[in-house]
Design a protein around this ligand. Structure first.
Ligand SMILES: Cc1cc2nc3c(=O)[nH]c(=O)nc-3n(C[C@H](O)[C@H](O)[C@H](O)COP(=O)(O)OP(=O)(O)OC[C@H]3O[C@@H](n4cnc5c(N)ncnc54)[C@H](O)[C@@H]3O)c2cc1C
Length: 341
């Protein structure tokens, strides 16, 4: 907007991932990181929500609302793992495939992975960056705005970001999971550590016990879920082999502003990322439950269902493409300079 003729300052880069069954991580739930595969790129394999995710690629791509893992990217990941695992890494074991687009800073002036600068007309550009650096980017951007004198005169001289705890971060200590386990049982600790779903928490009743008066992560969620499951007879699992309960759909609609079945299956739960076929088989029941809660008519229901089906299809592994690993893998690896992850 500031300079219509400016060169691109972002190089979009696709980062594909695959999900494998938990047993890929072995009995001890091991993670594996290969800092430098034969193509030079780092590849990892880590336990995630009762499964294993592996990735990733770093290939120039076009920006799309629905990025998908390309067959050759999946092949690259499988081949990299095969070089380090004794078992046969089979495309048929892949449960889901997906990709995200990194906004890499392409501008040579970028000192780090992001670029923050003042344009000649005073607009401040923030580009690139990552999750682990977003607060320092915010700090730099605000400080630059202060320094260039375009903030209100009564504004503070520097960003306050560094001293503000994140929501939920006040009083956090690294022993919080253990403290929760002592008060409420192990499921609370797992939830605090991010390894248990609210449903698992609800099932054990953890989070409701003890009455310590302290805020327990997930306590409200667990109590609501348990109540909904009991009152409405929605304690059944949405799909066999995964912990998500029917009650979670109702909870997501009423307490998390969930409006679409694909949002529920991809983000409120992670089922699409964990197991694409399971997400597709859960879809009709999710649509039923959401239609009842949201009052959808037949037409709306069909639109929602079709749109979710299209989206979930982007996670389906394509074994034939994945099998075509070796030739394509080197092309993927060579496509862009290595990003951090
Ligand atoms: C492959 C890859 C690897 C990365 N590796 C790293 C790394 O190693 N370290 C690091 O620090 N960062 C990494 N990043 C960057 C990091 O993932 C992002 O910086 C971070 O996720 C941004 O968080 P966010 O909440 O701002 O946006 P997002 O995580 O993108 O969340 C936005 C959410 O809003 C949803 N949404 C969008 N539009 C709508 C709508 N209309 N209605 C409802 N929902 C909507 C999206 O689906 C999404 O879930 C990586 C990114 C990629 C793609």
């Amino acid at each position: 907007m500031s300079q219509p003729d400016a060169a691109d300052i972002i190089q979009p880069s696709s980062g594909a991932h695959i999900t494998l069954p938990a047993w890929y991580a072995g009995a001890h739930h091991n993670g594996l990181i290969i800092p430098k595969t034969k193509y030079g790129r780092m590849v990892f394999m880590i336990p995630f929500l009762g499964h294993v995710i592996a990735g990733t690629t770093d290939a120039k791509c076009a920006v799309s609302d629905r990025p998908t893992a390309r067959g050759r990217e999946v092949g690259f990941i499988l081949e990299a793992l095969q070089d380090y695992l004794d078992i046969q890494v089979r495309p048929s074991d892949v449960l889901s495939t997906w990709s995200g687009i990194r906004p890499l800073a392409a501008d040579p002036r970028a000192k780090a992975e992001h670029l923050i600068m003042e344009e000649p007309d005073g607009m401040i550009t923030v580009s690139g960056g990552k999750w682990t650096t977003y607060r320092s980017m915010a700090e730099e951007a605000v400080d630059l705005a202060m320094a260039t004198g375009r903030m209100p005169p009564n504004a503070r001289p520097h960003s306050r970001t560094a001293r503000l705890p994140l929501l939920g971060g006040a009083g956090y200590t690294h022993t919080l999971p253990q403290q929760l386990a002592q008060v409420h049982g192990p499921a609370s600790a797992e939830a605090a550590a991010g390894v248990a779903s609210p449903a698992a928490l609800a099932k054990t009743g953890a989070g409701r016990g003890a009455g310590s008066g302290r805020v327990v992560i997930g306590e409200d969620t667990a109590a609501h879920l348990a109540q909904t499951a009991e009152d409405r007879g929605l304690g059944a699992r949405l799909v066999a082999g995964h912990p998500f309960l029917e009650a979670e759909v109702v909870y997501a609609v009423w307490h998390e502003y969930c409006q679409t079945p694909d949002d529920f299956l991809a983000r409120r739960t992670r089922l699409a990322f964990l197991d694409a076929r399971a997400a597709l088989s859960a879809l009709p029941r999710v649509v039923d439950l959401m239609a009842a809660e949201c009052g959808w008519d037949g037409a709306r229901r069909s639109t929602m269902s079709a749109s979710a089906r299209d989206y979930l299809a982007t996670f389906l592994p394509a074994p034939a493409a994945a099998a075509n690993a070796a030739a394509a893998a080197s092309a993927v690896a060579a496509a862009t300079p290595a990003a951090a992850a």
